[in-house]
Design a protein around this ligand. Structure first.
Ligand code: UDP
Ligand code: MG
Length: 134
């Protein structure tokens, strides 16, 4: 099934000039970039994006980090895109991420973990709409 999913390149990776390297991984893995933008999120907007994590101890730090400097958001299309992208980025904590995954290669720690990817087809639709509308 051809699906769409949302990827964000987080501030830590944008700051370290990793936009190109990460995008190359995505395209090499067969993802088509169908929407793309760089944006500096306001804290309130980052908090809205991550509202599923309301009440979690890391939320304030996450919101502060995600609004600290620009991110790159993209909608990606591919067969089985949601699961395939989660596999390509690796586990949330780079110490636990499989060898060769984006987070294992580039992330700094469990918070500054370089990329976000949607975790379900339903959330992908919501997250693509959040950044790109419709
Ligand atoms: N996060 C964190 N500490 C944690 C768990 C998550 O700082 O213990 C941050 C991290 O940046 C992560 C984001 O919150 O990517 C969202 O968490 P989630 O559990 O949804 O992980 P993901 O889906 O990004 O792998
Ligand atoms: Mg998540």
């Amino acid at each position: 099934m051809i699906e769409r999913t949302l990827l964000m390149i987080k501030p830590d990776a944008v700051q370290r000039n990793l936009i190109g390297k990460i995008t190359d991984r995505l395209e090499t893995a067969g993802f088509k970039v169908v929407e793309l933008k760089m944006v500096h999120l306001k804290a309130a907007v980052a908090r809205e994006f991550y509202k599923v994590h309301e009440g979690r101890p890391f939320l304030d730090e996450l919101v502060e980090f995600m609004s600290s400097s620009p991110i790159v958001a993209m909608a990606l299309e591919r067969e089985n895109a949601v699961a395939a992208l989660r596999e390509l980025i690796g586990a949330t904590d780079p110490k636990k991420a499989a060898v060769g995954t984006i987070r294992q290669n580039f992330a700094i720690d469990v918070g500054k973990n370089s990329v976000h990817a949607s975790d379900s087809v339903e959330n992908a639709a919501v997250e693509i709409k959040f950044h790109f509308g419709s």
